[in-house]
Design a protein around this ligand. Structure first.
Ligand code: SF4
Length: 77
């Protein structure tokens, strides 16, 4: 089964809310007004979550596509 890694460079988030608007299953706005990838773990400056369904990959790619500062990445691992 394919696995995918979702990565967010949170320190560059501008808090626009677009990712949470298009993909609320995975994204929420935190108490600081920045996007949080639900269930993700912090590794250095990145927040990372691994998923293993095409639906999760697709919905997070939508979040990546709408991010105006391009800090969300989706890659197959
Ligand atoms: S779309 Fe990008 S800049 Fe906007 S809240 Fe989400 S991660 Fe932050």
């Amino acid at each position: 089964m394919a696995k995918y890694k979702i990565t967010q460079l949170k320190k560059d988030c501008i808090g626009c809310g677009a990712c949470a608007a298009v993909n609320p299953d995975f994204w929420e706005m935190d108490e600081e007004g920045l996007a949080h990838l639900k269930g993700s773990k912090k590794v250095d400056d990145n927040w990372i979550l691994e998923v293993n369904t095409l639906e999760a990959k697709t919905s997070n790619q939508e979040a990546a596509d709408v991010c105006p500062v391009q800090i969300i990445k989706v890659e197959e691992i």
